[in-house]
Design a protein around this ligand. Structure first.
Ligand code: SF4
Length: 81
C-alpha cells in the first residue's frame, strides 16, 4: 500500500494495484489498491505518527517468526525468540 501511495504522490497518477513478490519463492500476488486500502493506509500512518510522540512503543504481537526475520531485531529490546 505504501509503495502504491508513494508512486501516486511522486508521479501524480492513479495506481490501481501493486504486486507483492516473495524473494525466496518468487511467488507473486496482485494487491488491489482500492479505497478501503487507501483508508487503511491512512489510519496506519496516523497511528504511526501518534506513536512517534511516545517514549516507549510496545510490541503488538507474539509471533516469534516475525521477530526472527525482522530487520530491527538487532536494536529491539522487545524481540521474541
Ligand atoms: S524484533 Fe522488535 S521490532 Fe522486530 S518484529 Fe520483533 S518486536 Fe517488532
Amino acid at each position: 500500500m505504501a509503495y502504491c501511495q508513494l508512486l501516486e504522490d511522486n508521479y501524480n497518477c492513479f495506481i490501481p494495484y501493486g504486486i507483492l513478490v516473495y524473494n525466496d519463492t518468487s511467488k507473486q500476488f496482485k494487491i488491489t489498491y482500492d479505497p478501503k486500502m487507501r483508508f487503511e493506509l491512512g489510519s496506519i500512518i496516523k497511528e504511526m505518527r501518534k506513536s512517534l510522540n511516545c517514549d516507549i512503543i510496545h510490541r503488538n504481537h507474539f509471533e516469534i517468526k516475525k521477530c526472527i526475520k525482522c530487520s530491527m531485531r538487532k536494536h529491539c529490546d522487545q524481540k521474541l525468540g
